[in-house]
Design a protein around this ligand. Structure first.
Ligand code: BTN
Length: 265
């Protein structure tokens, strides 16, 4: 089914007037498009959704496979009153909202791999690219950009991603039915608004607790790459600022903010 702003709006929970949605056929990246709007003063709640991205990308500069007509690529603008050190925990809004929307589709086995990978039945179906800008020591804006594999097929993922495609899946593969992209977009945005309100009113604690309930890494042996020399260790959990806390093989406690985590057992 085609993406349609009016249909998305109809599906949004009543009393959710916060969002100003802009829909595009093709963009390079919804994050890049929203960044330009943010710099030009766009208000909190501005959302860019695209049917297709020609240069979609993920964490650590990796490309994000963004074919037309099947998935959700969306970026949401926030202007939260938080210090820059809270952006990591703020970004968890995205994966808890995605997990809620996925569970609402009837897919119960939905977990999160730090920081914001969302897995169904152990395979990655969604990720978040977080961008933020600061002015002096305060946050100007945060962009949460989500890519969700809704209806892309397993074969298309394998073809596009090669060997790593076997660690990815889509909601339609797991649910064995087509996922309505407009309804899913609205469901995600509705959960996201609710979690953002919780964060605003109560701080990060409840978001972090909910995130921890779905966390698959705590207790696991992992390899950390991308933060100096790669190392292995056991995951102790996630701290109040959203860092992954590890004990490496030499017994040293370490905090990870930007690394790539691979399961080592
Ligand atoms: C990751 O898992 O590494 C994050 C993937 C994030 C992809 C989304 S798709 C919409 C938005 N635009 C982008 O270029 N990236 C994010």
């Amino acid at each position: 089914m085609k993406l349609d702003i009016d249909v998305i709006r109809k599906h949004l929970a009543t009393g959710e007037p916060k969002y100003e949605i802009r829909l595009f056929e093709t963009v390079t990246s919804t994050n890049a498009a929203l960044r330009e709007l943010a710099k030009a003063g766009a208000r909190e709640g501005t959302v860019v959704i695209a049917d297709e991205q020609t240069a979609g990308h993920g964490r650590l500069g990796k490309p994000w496979f963004s074919p037309a007509g099947v998935n959700l690529y969306a970026s949401v603008l926030f202007r939260p009153t938080i210090p820059p050190r809270d952006v990591a925990s703020f970004s968890f809004l995205s994966s808890v909202a995605l997990a809620d929307a996925i569970t609402a589709e009837g897919l119960e086995d939905c977990t999160i791999k730090w920081p914001n990978d969302v897995l169904v039945e152990g395979k990655k179906v969604a990720g978040t690219l977080v961008e933020c800008a600061t002015i002096d020591d305060r946050v100007d804006y945060v962009i949460l950009g989500v890519g969700v594999n809704l209806n892309v097929t397993r074969q298309a993922l394998r073809q596009a991603l090669g060997a790593s495609g076997s660690a990815a899946s889509s909601l339609s593969e797991a649910a064995e039915r087509e996922i309505d992209r407009n309804a899913f977009a609205a469901s995600f945005l509705t959960f996201l608004a609710a979690w953002a309100l919780t964060y605003e009113k109560q701080g990060p604690a409840r978001v972090l607790d909910t995130w921890r309930d779905r966390d698959i890494l705590t207790g696991r042996r992992v390899e950390v790459r991308g933060e100096g020399i790669p190392y292995t260790g056991r995951v102790l959990g996630v701290d109040s600022e959203g860092y992954l806390v590890m004990r490496d093989t030499l017994g040293t406690r370490r905090r990870v903010l930007t690394g790539e985590i691979r399961l080592a057992d």
